[in-house]
Design a protein around this ligand. Sequence first.
Ligand code: IFM
Length: 448
Amino acid sequence: MTAPMPEFPAGFRWGVSTSAYQIEGATGAHGRGPSIWDTFAHSPGRIADGSTGDVACDHHHRHGEDVALMAGLGVSAYRFSIAWPRVQPGGTGPANPAGLDFYDRLVDDLLAAGIDPVASLYHWDLPQPLEDAGGWLARDTAARFAEYADLTAARLGDRVRLWITLNEPFIQMSLGYGMGVHAPGRMLLFDAFPVAHHQLLGHGLAVAALRARTTSPVAIANNYSPVRVLGDTDADRAAGAAYEALHNRLCTDPLLGRGYPDGTVNDPALVRAGDLDVIAAPIDVLGVNYYNPTGVRAAEEGSPLPFELVPLDRYPRTAFDWPVAPDGLRELLGWLRDTYGDALPPIEITESGCAYDDVPDADGRVPDPERIAYLDGHLRAVRAALDDGVDVRGYFVWSLLDNWEWAEGFTKRFGLVHVDYATQARTPKSSYTWLRDVIAAARPGSAR
Ligand code: IFM
C-alpha cells in the first residue's frame, strides 16, 4: 500500500505518448512512401526478433478503439507522431491529402473525447528518398523538414494544441548515424555531428513555419540522462563532462541560445552564419524524455570514445536492463533549471516509462506491479521538482500501448495496455487502472 499521490497543480497535463512507426502499421496505405525504418527493419539481422512495423499495433485501423482507451484512462492529452512519408511520400513536393486524412480524423476524435492533440512532426521516420540524397547529413534535409511542417500545419494547425518538432535528435544522431543500431544504420561515430546540426536547423526553420500557420505553442522533445561519474580521478570527471556535453547539452545549449558545447559541433563549414540564430528561435515548452541516469568513467587507452559507459548497480532494473531511478528525474529537472536559468521555458515530461515482460494471467488480467511502482516513483519525483521550483506543466507516460520497440522489435513491452500481436486484442494492465485512479483524483470526472 503506497502513500496517496500528492496533489498536482490545477491544469497539469496528464498524457500518454506513442509514435507513428511503432504503432500505426498500414505502411502501404493511401500512398504512404517508404521511410528509413521500413528499409532498416526489412534488412536481415537488424531487428532482435526479425519483425517489422508493417502491422505493429494496427493503430491506423483501430485508432477509434485506442482513443476510447485514452478516454477511459482520463488523460487530458495524447502525444502522437505524424509519419512524414504519409504526408510527403517522397519527402518533397505537395502534400498527399489521403495521408493527412488519417491525422485529421484522429485529431477530431481526440477533441471530441476532450483530449488535447499533441503532435510530433518527426519521430525518426525519414522518407527513404531523402536518406538516399544524404539524409540528415545533408543540409537540404533541414529545408525539406520545414516544408513538411508547413504542409502539415496548413491542414492541422487549427486543432493541434501543442506542436513538437523533433523527437530526441541526439538519439537519432547517435544510434542512427553514429553507432548504426537504429535506422539508417550508419556508423560514423563523431563524423555524425552534421546530423545534429541539420536536425536542429530543421527544427528552427520548422518553428518559423509553424508560427506562420498556428498560434498553438511549439516545443522540441529531447532525451536526457543525468550523468553519474564512477571514479574520482580527473580523467573520470573529464569523461563525465564529455558525456554530459553530448547527451544532455549538444541539443539544448544551441536551442537555448548558448551555441554548441566545446568539443562538439565546431566546423565553420557546417555551422554557417545565422544558423545559431535560427536554431535558438524561442520555443514555448521544452519536452523532456527521461528514462534513466548513465554511469560514466574514463575510457581505456585506445578507445574511440572519450568515456566508458558503466552499469549503475544500486538500482532495480527494467526488462531493458535500464536502472529504475526516479531520483534521476528530480535531479535532471533541477539541473535544467540551474544550468539554463531564465532561458529555460516551461517543461513537459514528454516521455517517461518502462519495459517489463508483462503476460496475461489465467484470468486474462495483466498485472504489472513494477510499472505501477515506476510511475508512482517518477510522478513523486516530478512533484518534488515542482516543490523545488521547477516549472513542470505535464507528464506523458511512454506508452499507451505495447508497441514495436525499434531494434528490439516486439520483445520490449512499454504499454499501459497489453497488445496481443497475433489478434491485436488490447487488455488494460493493472498500471492503467492505477493511473486512471491517480488522474481521476487530480481531475475529478476525467475518465469516460
Ligand atoms: O520507444 C522509444 C521512443 O520511440 C523514443 N524514446 C524512448 C522510447 C523507449 O525506448
